[in-house]
Write a protein that binds this ligand. Structure first.
Ligand code: 13P
Length: 287
């Protein structure tokens, strides 16, 4: 079933798990992520940046994911990640995305609220969910960097005002994670997450999932993280496989043969993550 974010996050809240939100960067790795969801029986959020949506095509993404979700009985949402501009959001919603993120985190607090609220009004009238962001997450994503000194952790009292005034379905929080961190792991501020979770009832989102230690997952999930973003880890694994094959293969070899191992690796990584995201002892190592 093709669903919106609100639907899957409500299930995650009820059963205390988190939904994996995986960034796809091309059409090749997309079926692998969906197949992993089918394999594990977990709902999945496929997310794209605006740049990826423009590269592949909004309509193509919507049609492919809807089709897979209906035929294979997988609960899948399609989410626009980190959009900063209303026209991009409108384009995604009008094409059939079931969820969007408005990232107003670099704006003054009041402006972030007002612009997020406008997105919520447009989206909710069309049964589309909205994720907002408060505080700034470090690292680099799609070429946009936030340096360590510009990171601002989310303040629980601001989070409360933000969710009440905007009506967002999910809130991305800055608790020490960084986008694009794949060579090391970060220290997540669990105490701050606990305070935010005690203050707001909106499902919370962790960005920069690649740099989060797997041993921290249960603590994050048990303290309100219902959407868990993973992007860079898929790219790194896909590139490792594909790069090696391209180096040695003859020029007339089918590109398909060079890319299938990358896709298979992505499927294995997503299956592994989903096993952890279930947050259940005994079901953690799905093969
Ligand atoms: P990583 O690429 O660091 O896993 O982060 C993904 C993300 O948060 C997308 O918004």
């Amino acid at each position: 079933m093709y669903v919106n974010l609100k639907t899957v996050l409500e299930q995650a809240e009820r059963d205390n798990f988190t939904v994996g939100a995986f960034n796809t960067h091309n059409l090749e790795m997309l079926p692998s992520i969906l197949r992993a969801a089918k394999h594990t029986g977990m709902p999945v959020i496929i997310q794209t940046s605006v740049a990826t949506a423009q590269y592949i095509g909004y309509d193509i993404l919507v049609n492919l994911i809807k089709n897979f979700a209906e035929k294979e009985m997988v609960q899948a949402a399609l989410h626009l990640d980190h959009a900063k501009n209303f026209d991009d959001i409108k384009q995604a919603i009008d094409a059939g995305y079931s969820s969007v993120m408005f990232d107003g985190s670099s704006l003054p607090f009041k402006e972030n609220i007002l612009k997020t609220r406008a997105v919520v009004d447009y989206a909710h009238a069309r049964n589309v969910s909205v994720e907002g962001e408060l505080g700034t997450i470090g690292g680099t994503e799609e070429g946009i960097s936030v340096s360590q000194e510009n990171i601002q952790f989310t303040r629980p009292e601001d989070a409360l005002i933000f969710v009440e005034e905007t009506g967002v379905d999910a809130l991305a929080v800055a608790i020490g994670t960084n986008h694009g961190q794949y060579r090391s792991k970060t220290n997540v501020n669990i105490e701050l997450l606990k305070q935010i979770n005690a203050t707001v009832s909106t499902p919370l989102v962790v960005h920069g999932g690649t740099g989060v230690k797997e041993e921290d997952y249960p603590n994050l999930i048990n303290n309100g993280i219902r959407k868990f973003n993973v992007g860079t880890e898929l790219i790194v694994n896909w590139n490792e496989q594909v790069q090696n094959l391209y180096k040695d293969s003859p020029l007339h070899r089918s590109v398909r043969d060079n890319m299938i191992p990358g896709n298979d690796k992505v499927e294995a990584v997503v299956i592994h993550k989903m096993g952890k995201f279930m947050n259940r002892k005994g079901q953690m190592n799905i093969k």
